[in-house]
Design a protein around this ligand. Sequence first.
Ligand code: CTP
Ligand code: CA
Length: 221
Amino acid sequence: LIAFFQPKRLAGKKLLITAGPTFEPIDPVRGLSNRSSGKMGFAIARAAAEAGAEVTLVAGPVHLDTPRGVRRRIDVQTAQQMFDAVLPLAPQSDVFVATAAVADWRPAKVGEQKIKKDGSGRIPSFEMTENPDILATVAALPDRPLCVGFAAESEKLAEHARAKLERKKAALIVGNIGPATFGRDDNALLLVDANGERELPHNDKLSLARELIRDIATRLQ
Ligand code: CTP
Ligand code: CA
């Protein structure tokens, strides 16, 4: 019922959202990932749909149902697949919200077969290569949407968030006010933009997502 009565602040707007972790294979049975649950991104997708937006959600491997009202969900595994799904959709979007915890690096070579212990005690080592930065790439497009990024830091949140705002040329960086929000249903957020900082105090992720959507709608005006 609360969902139904949300003001339709984003009617006619297209939102593109990334969520969840990525999974970077090492061999057919192993890979690198992280502890992102995707909950914040899915809550934002839901809040955007409630606000009347046409929402496309690009999700890494998560265990979450698609929120009601989300138009299109594209499931991906790797950062490169997420990049390839996002890039063609970005220019036709009004807003891009990058909540995904994208792996910064991937193994340079993916083994075709499972890596086996050979009995010698030898420990494998992996050469890594850098993944493309989805947010920075979208924010550099000539016809870019309004770009919103997230920052999960272990220290100096405001400082790191501001550095990301400038480096990635995003309109807004949303900092997770720790500690360890992964998998939890609640959080507190620090909104950092060119004009300053604003805190969204501790709340459940859906309430925070609705507040963030309200903030984004204001920026679109
Ligand atoms: N991001 C992205 N593509 C990447 C890495 C990050 O789109 N390859 C996005 C994230 O979705 C997030 C923002 O960029 O919205 C910041 O991600 P974060 O990992 O905090 O920043 P990095 O630039 O990767 O720096 P670091 O991990 O060293 O803090
Ligand atoms: Ca990173």
